[in-house]
Design a protein around this ligand. Structure first.
Ligand code: FES
Ligand code: MG
Length: 587
């Protein structure tokens, strides 16, 4: 369809540049954008104006390559008859932001909503990449609901050290175990970690970045086959150009986020997340996107639809390979193709290229079965998340695909009680407390201990910190005990292979059950029943709660910035996407 087609909608940018009822304002809008370098003829031509929501910057190295890619996007937009305007997005860098980048997703979201709503933008290219950038931009596109297409920056090239693949993020967890054992000094540790990041791009493991970009494609918001293309590959440049071309057509077709991100699309994303071994941050971000596009996606859908799906993608941390291998093996379409053959995908879900998920992926083949397994030869069966509840929290999730054999043997091998374990709790109040006491024998950690992290949720550690995956104390690691069960109200890095129980909601700071847990309490986790309980009487728990409430509630550190304060006043719990409550009504 072209702009002269009778079905083409009136472009919203015409309200700025072609408004006969308000010629004063039209002249003001025109003169200032002329100042930017566009001609009067272009601005009066009726061409769609396309925003490029730019997340790349010097502060955001994972996404910085988008500065280069945006040039190709512009050329694609121009080729298709559009006008490109770049929109700076509040920077988010997962590992560099203190206290946590969890604070920044909602801030980038709210900033981009204002820009897209308040300026003459007809459609938008969302430059996604580092963990929170992808959900922040999809949330904003969902709210403003103008035609939108995501462009992943792509993962870094594979990391290598002494002939072995080193994956970003994941290598840190390995390295810190080697250091704790005394097998690596500080300089060796830094060299090992640096080897995992050999080029521009985001984490090359199946961390939150690869997860969320794969899910953006599974939701239908990215050109098919594009999520996995490594950042430096020439295919990535070509994809940027094609993305720019396509968004102009999407504006003419009026193909909006609400046409694409339907309930079926979210269900597809949940199924894909299990098959790729996606991050435990995915339920938080998908819940947030769903709420902003008006789709009801309860946390229990993750277990109902996702738990029985096997792990097919052999990427670190659950497996052995990295981003380049994932792309060469066929990326998201190859995975979706396997799932379609099992009837697990809603094939009619629409995607940004104007075709359905079924049309795009039905015939996709796996190019390397070591990296993407056929459905009947999975790495792990039942690889999705388990949703737990009890007197510790209303909900929390566990990623079962990363449970190691060591963990299984120690905690899940009692023949009379195979899916349950219990032990005494050791409780840490925030990551600083954990770092100060983890290696101190006086903390009293034994191989039976369950480690708890609280005060790390969206209010307590504003934004929710990725700190629930805790290593065992050095003295236990030396004795061969590397993984203790970890439970908490914070998040966990998607690059971590730790079998933790995460995202506990409500958090301690909102007076969830974790607030009244004490070190020494016995705790029982039953994965089959989906329960997590302190084995403490209801009377005792009620008395503890009353005492804590009388003392002013669970204490957490004061806010250090205005945004921390605003976020703490408005943010919801992780189980509901940790969005700014109330923002979802502005669709
Ligand atoms: Fe940015 Fe992993 S830290 S992608
Ligand atoms: Mg992360």
């Amino acid at each position: 369809m072209t702009e002269s087609s009778p079905k083409a909608p009136k472009l919203r940018s015409r309200a700025w540049f072609d408004n006969p009822d308000n010629i004063d304002m039209t002249s003001l809008y025109l003169e200032r954008y002329l100042n930017f370098g566009l001609s009067l003829e272009e601005l009066r031509s009726g061409k769609p104006i396309i925003g490029i929501a730019q997340t790349g910057s010097d502060l955001s190295p994972c996404n910085r390559h988008h500065i280069v890619l945006a040039e190709r996007v512009r050329e694609g937009i121009r080729e298709a008859g559009g006008i490109a305007l770049e929109i700076p997005v509040h920077p988010i860098q997962e590992t560099g932001k203190r206290p946590t980048a969890g604070l920044d997703r909602n801030l980038a979201y709210i900033g981009l909503v204002e820009a897209l709503y308040g300026y003459p933008i007809d459609g938008v290219v969302l430059t996604t990449g580092c963990d929170k950038t992808t959900p922040a931009l999809l949330m904003a596109a969902a709210t403003v609901n103008i035609p939108a297409i995501a462009l992943s920056v792509g993962p870094m090239l594979n990391g290598w050290f002494k002939g072995e693949r080193t994956g970003s993020g994941t290598i840190v967890w390995k390295g810190r175990e080697l250091m704790a054992k005394g097998e690596l000094d500080e300089e060796g540790f830094i060299k090992l970690v640096a080897s995992s990041a050999p080029s521009t791009g985001y984490c090359n493991t199946m961390g939150t970045a690869t997860t969320m970009n794969s899910l953006a494609e599974a939701l239908g918001m990215m050109l098919p086959g594009s999520a996995a293309i490594p950042a430096p590959y020439r295919d990535r440049q070509e994809c940027a150009w094609r993305t720019g071309k396509r968004i102009v057509d999407m504006v003419h077709e009026d193909l909006k986020p609400s046409d694409i991100m339907t309930l079926d699309a979210f269900h597809n994303a949940i199924v894909v997340n299990s098959a790729i071994g996606g991050s435990t941050n995915a339920p938080i971000h998908l819940a947030a996107i769903a709420r902003h596009v008006g789709v009801d996606l309860p946390l229990t859908d993750w277990q109902r639809l996702g738990h029985k799906v096997p792990l097919l993608v052999n990427l670190q941390p659950a497996g052995e390979y990295l981003g380049e291998d994932y792309y060469r093996a066929g990326g998201v379409p190859a995975v979706v193709g396997q799932l379609i053959a099992q009837g697990l995908i809603a094939e009619n879900a629409m995607t940004v290229n104007g075709k359905t998920m079924g049309e795009n992926c039905r015939d996709a083949v796996i190019e390397d079965e070591k990296v993407i397994r056929p459905y009947d030869q999975p790495l792990v069966k039942d690889a999705g998340f388990i949703v737990l509840s009890g007197n510790l929290f209303d909900s929390a999730i566990m990623k079962t695909s990363v449970i190691s054999n060591e963990f299984r043997e120690r905690y899940l091998s009692n023949p009379d009680d195979p899916d349950a374990f219990e032990g005494p709790a050791v409780v840490f109040d925030g990551p600083e407390d954990y770092h100060a006491r983890i290696d101190d024998p006086a903390t009293g950690i034994t191989p039976e201990t369950l480690l708890f992290m609280r005060g790390a949720g969206p209010i307590g550690y504003p934004g929710a910190a990725e700190v629930v995956n805790m290593r065992a104390p050095s003295y236990l690691i030396s004795a061969g005990v590397t993984a203790l069960p970890c439970i908490g109200d914070g998040r966990q890095s998607g690059t971590s292979g730790s079998p933790s129980i995460l995202n506990a909601s409500p958090e301690a700071a909102a007076m969830g059950g974790l607030a009244i847990l004490k070190t020494g309490d016995r705790v029982r986790i039953d994965l089959r029943k989906g329960t997590a309980n302190m084995l403490v009487s209801d009377e005792e728990l009620a008395a503890r709660r009353a005492a804590l409430e009388a003392a002013g509630g669970y204490a957490y550190p004061p806010s250090q910035t205005p945004w921390q304060e605003i976020q703490r006043e408005r943010v919801g719990q992780l189980s509901a996407g940790a969005i700014l409550e109330g923002a979802e009504k502005y669709q």
